[in-house]
Design a protein around this ligand. Structure first.
Ligand code: PGA
Length: 252
C-alpha cells in the first residue's frame, strides 16, 4: 500500500514575515496521521522553515531545485544538493515545467540534477508533463515517457526506489484548469505501467503525485484514482486552510 504524499511548492512567493505567518497558520490546522506532508519554500526560507516546529512533526522539507554539480565549488548562483541536505532538506524538485520552460532546462540537465540529489541522500521528485499543444496533438503519453526515459535510461529503474514522480500537465499549472481525474489517472497508469515493465515491484511502489491546480475542492476526486498517490500543490499550498484540507482529502 503506497502512502499518500501532499507536497506544497511555494515557488518564488513570500518574504520572512509572510513565511512566519504561513507557518503559524499551518500549525493551527489539523492533518491526518497517515499522509506524508512536504513543503518546498524557496532557498532563502529553507532554514526559517526548518527551524519551525511543524517539521519536528515529521514534515519533509524540500527545495525547488538543485545544481547539477554535487561537489561544492565555483558555481556562482547555484545551490548544491549537499548544501540542501545540510539545512535539513530531504527532498528536491527536479524538472519542474517552470524550469524546463523558463530556464531552458533540458532532459540531460534534469537527469544530472536527479543524480546529484540522490548522491546527497535527497529524494528527487521528478516532474513530468506535456504542454497543451502536445496534448492536443495526441502526444501527451509520448512526451511524458520521453521525459521519464531520459532519466530512466541513465540511472536505471533501481534509482526509482528512492524517487518520487509528479505528473504535472503544463496546461493545468496555475491556470485553474485541472486535468479531470480520468485524464490524470490515464497518464499516471501509463507511467506506472512503464516502470513496471522494467521492475514490477518498483513500478508498484513508486509514489506518483498529480500537480496542476489542485485545491480542496478537487483533491478528493483526484486522490481517489488508483494510481494517484497525492499532490504537488502550488497556489493552494500558500493558504493554510486550503493546504490542510487537501492533506485531509488525501487521508480519507
Ligand atoms: P498550481 O502549481 O497548483 O498552482 O497549479 C502546481 C505546481 O506548479 O507544482
Amino acid at each position: 500500500m503506497r502512502q499518500k504524499l501532499v507536497a506544497g511548492n511555494w515557488k518564488m512567493f513570500g518574504c520572512r514575515a509572510s513565511v512566519e505567518q504561513l507557518l503559524l497558520d499551518l500549525a493551527a490546522q489539523e492533518y491526518p496521521a497517515n499522509v506524508g506532508i512536504a513543503v518546498f519554500p524557496n532557498f532563502l526560507h529553507l532554514q526559517q522553515v526548518s527551524q519551525n516546529l511543524l517539521l519536528q512533526k515529521k514534515w519533509n522539507l524540500g527545495a525547488q531545485d538543485c545544481a547539477t554539480e554535487l561537489e561544492l565549488g565555483a558555481f556562482t548562483g547555484e545551490v548544491s544538493a549537499k548544501q540542501l541536505a545540510d539545512v535539513n532538506c530531504s527532498m528536491v524538485l527536479v524538472g519542474h515545467s517552470e524550469r524546463r520552460i523558463l530556464q531552458f532546462e533540458s532532459d540531460q540537465v534534469i537527469c544530472r540534477k536527479f543524480i546529484a540529489a540522490q548522491s546527497a541522500g535527497l529524494i528527487p521528485i521528478l516532474c513530468l508533463g506535456e504542454s497543451l499543444a502536445e496534448r492536443e496533438a495526441g502526444k501527451a503519453e509520448e512526451t511524458v515517457l520521453t521525459q521519464l526515459n531520459a532519466v530512466l535510461q541513465e540511472v536505471g529503474v533501481g534509482a526509482f526506489k528512492h524517487a518520487i514522480i509528479a505528473y504535472e500537465p503544463v496546461w493545468a499549472i496555475g491556470t485553474g484548469l485541472t486535468a479531470t481525474p480520468e485524464q490524470a489517472q490515464e497518464i499516471h497508469g501509463i507511467i506506472r505501467g512503464y516502470l513496471k515493465q522494467h521492475d514490477e515491484l518498483i513500478g508498484q511502489s513508486v509514489q506518483i503525485l498529480y500537480g496542476g491546480s489542485v485545491k480542496a475542492a478537487n483533491a478528493a476526486e483526484l486522490f481517489a484514482m488508483a494510481d494517484i498517490d497525492g499532490g504537488l500543490v502550488g497556489g493552494a499550498s500558500l493558504n493554510a486552510e486550503e493546504f490542510s484540507a487537501i492533506c485531509r482529502a488525501a487521508g480519507n
